[in-house]
Design a protein around this ligand. Structure first.
Ligand code: FPP
Length: 246
């Protein structure tokens, strides 16, 4: 039986977040430069995005560039930025054909002007699409996001817009870059590494974590199906007991 047939429609994750790892190792295994791995990683991005939309997943968030990635060799940062621009130009049709809205989270002011421009073009062009939201985490780090939110909330407290007593989960959510997204249900990391690397720390509080040894450029729709099937086997208790749930 096709793996897809094992997926239950009514318990699909509403928000899947992915740490796309292993591009460099994939290229090295083939005796190629790291850039070759990133280029091939974009094919996995397209397949995962299209497959998710077709399955009916409402939100997919991809960790495309972290605040820490700015410390990589200049040439690699340049390659990644170029790849982003070309992918945005090339994939706008994929987004429109599949009714997908593009969004971005992170310290976007750090991005080169050209990336900013292309990103805004695609965000504006796809703003009315509603089947799925694809969010790219760019120059994103969870600690930076939380620091930014704390500064904004503190300023509002200082200016008597918010009172300290009223600060709760919902107020904090509203000050995060992910304010329009639900919490993450399923977090996938490829390449065998089992860590979170400063990604959506607040938003994954109750996410199911799924780690696979598959390197990102090899990640195909069957790998996504496997992750979702595994997710659907888990019992999500949100702090309650099994008995309370049944
Ligand atoms: C991690 O692999 C991957 C990245 C830092 C970049 C991810 C970018 C892409 C898949 C391409 C562009 C994205 C979009 C959305 C068009 P790594 O380089 O850390 O691999 P390694 O751990 O094997 O060295």
């Amino acid at each position: 039986m096709d793996l897809k047939e094992h997926i239950l429609e009514h318990t699909l994750p509403k928000h899947v977040a992915i740490i796309m790892d292993g591009n460099g190792r994939w290229a090295k295994q083939k005796g190629m430069l790291r850039a070759f791995g990133h280029e091939n990683g974009t094919k996995s991005v397209r397949e995962v995005v299209e497959t998710s939309a077709k399955l009916g997943i409402a939100n997919v968030t991809l960790y495309a560039f972290s605040t820490e990635n700015w410390n990589r060799p200049k040439i690699e940062v340049k390659t990644l930025m170029k790849l982003l621009i070309s992918s945005l130009k090339k994939e706008i049709k994929t987004l429109q054909d599949n009714d997908i809205k593009l969004a971005a989270i992170g310290n976007l002011s750090m991005l080169p002007e050209k990336v900013h421009h292309e990103l805004n073009e695609v965000i504006n062009a796809t703003a009315d699409n509603s089947r799925m939201t694809l969010t790219l985490a760019l120059s994103y780090g969870s600690r930076e996001e939380l620091t930014h939110a704390i500064k904004e909330i503190s300023t509002k407290v200082k200016n008597n817009i918010i009172s300290v007593e009223n600060i709760d989960d919902s107020i904090i959510n509203k000050h995060l870059y992910t304010q329009n997204l639900p919490d993450v249900d399923l977090l996938i990391r490829t390449s065998g590494e089992q860590r979170i690397s400063n990604f959506l720390l607040w938003q994954i509080a109750y996410a199911e974590l799924y780690f696979t040894n598959v390197l990102w450029p090899d990640f195909r729709k069957e790998d996504l199906y496997k992750a979702i099937i595994e997710y659907q086997k888990r019992e999500r208790r949100f702090g309650k007991t099994s008995e309370q749930l049944s």
